[in-house]
Design a protein around this ligand. Structure first.
Ligand code: SAH
Length: 392
């Protein structure tokens, strides 16, 4: 394994167990490692600090271990076992009514660059770093060892998440088994999971708890689920006894998916309608007075540079919705931009409330669920935030 030496003073964040080494901190590397290769990170005086995956880009090393140890099948089995045990402890595994959960959440599970979502007997595995891509077969073997017969197939879906410049030519495919069975359960509701072509791993597992909260508030309400994608929130609202549910997404594919998922759970139920339309256009022209609105847009800021623009976007979107909501309405509003802090998001919603001239109270402050844990040494991992507002 090649050694990588840091500039003087640049070892501090690693001593606090932060799992990234930025390229600016690197003094020199022995030899010429290939992208994805393991390197040993050393302080400038030669003290060992960590082992991780090397990659070209602003994050030069993603740390796998702060101990000098082999990164072999045993390592992957150990890490995956810890992740699985944690999910069992939170009660998300081993339930009859729920077989959808995140097993590995990157840095949150001390496995930077790796995401694994479980849908019944299928794992959808996603590499966000070249190192995880290089290790994919070993990780797949370790996963089979840890999950045993619970696991029947592994779909590897990294075509769009690997760095384009690394030119890996990766195509999505099964690395274990294969299956056409693509439905899974979340809190007793059934969903088609399009892991072959859908966004992310096919489903937004991170909204599970927040969907349950919508269900609790939905009774008798007229619900608008904006940015609905697979319609998770819509189906929960229907089970909660909503008077009507309208789902909106700019993508026709998403609208087809939400319709299929409603049909799966509530065949022939006429309370639901879906529209393929841009969110802002829909909010401008809508006639229905919705008294429970969900706004769960895609990440407006994917990078730090886009933050100011994104805050404006959140403000405009929330103001538009609030302006039209009758007194006594509920607004569930979210941001999944990692680059936007909780405070910045709350400020954007505050500005929206003043623009809409509404009296607004915060009832709940929401976040990602326990199967998307935040590593205390990596606060950047806290990405999902939401507010439930009572709009007078
Ligand atoms: N709420 C969903 C996840 C939303 S993902 C869930 O619980 O699963 C964001 C969605 O917003 C995507 O499906 C995308 O197609 C849609 N979208 C992006 N831009 C949009 C726009 N301008 N208007 C409406 N929908 C949009």
């Amino acid at each position: 394994m090649k050694n990588l030496y840091l500039n003087k003073g640049k070892e501090e964040s690693l001593r606090r167990f932060h799992p990234w080494v930025f390229s600016g901190a690197v003094k020199h590397i022995e030899g010429n490692p290939r992208e994805g290769e393991l390197v040993r990170v050393m302080a400038c005086d030669g003290t060992f600090l960590a082992i991780g995956h090397w990659q070209i880009g602003s994050i030069a090393v993603r740390v796998l271990s702060f101990e000098d140890r082999p990164i072999d099948l045993g390592f992957w089995v150990e890490r995956l076992q810890i992740a699985y045990t944690m999910r069992k402890a939170t009660g998300v595994v081993g339930r009859k009514d729920n077989d959808t959960y995140r097993l590995v959440h990157g840095e949150g599970d001390n496995l930077p660059g790796l995401v694994i979502d479980m849908y019944g007997a299928t794992a959808v595995m996603q590499a966000h770093s070249v190192g995880m891509h290089v290790s994919r077969k070993e990780i797949a073997d370790a996963l089979k060892t840890v999950l045993g017969d619970v696991l029947q197939s592994i779909y590897y879906k990294s075509e769009t998440t690997l760095p384009f410049k690394a030119d890996l030519g990766q195509e999505n495919s099964f690395i274990l088994g294969s299956t056409l069975h693509n439905t899974a359960y979340e809190n007793g509701l059934c969903f088609h999971i399009d892991w072959l072509k859908g966004q992310k791993t096919g489903f937004f597992v991170d909204q599970r708890d927040n969907r349950s909260l919508v269900e609790q508030y939905a009774k008798g309400r007229r619900v608008l689920n904006m940015f609905c994608y697979t319609g998770g929130f819509s189906v929960y609202a229907m089970r909660g006894g909503a008077h009507l549910v309208h789902s909106v997404d700019s993508s026709q594919k998403a609208v087809d998916l939400v319709n299929a998922n409603v049909e799966l759970n509530f065949p022939g139920d006429e309370r639901h309608k879906a529209f393929a339309e841009d969110a802002f256009k829909y909010l401008d022209r809508m006639e229905e007075a919705y008294d429970l609105v969900i706004l769960d847009p895609p990440a407006f800021a994917k990078h730090r540079d886009a933050v100011r623009h994104a805050i404006k976007g959140y403000t405009k979107l929330n103001a538009r919705a609030m302006e039209k909501m009758p007194a006594g309405s509920l607004l569930f509003t979210f941001s999944c931009s990692q680059a936007i802090s909780k405070e910045q998001f709350r400020m954007a919603v505050f500005t929206a409330a003043t623009l809409a001239k509404r009296n607004v109270r915060i009832l709940h402050q929401l976040h990602q669920p326990a199967d998307h844990p935040v590593n205390i040494y990596h606060p950047e991992g806290e990405y999902l935030k939401g507010l439930v507002l009572y709009v007078e």
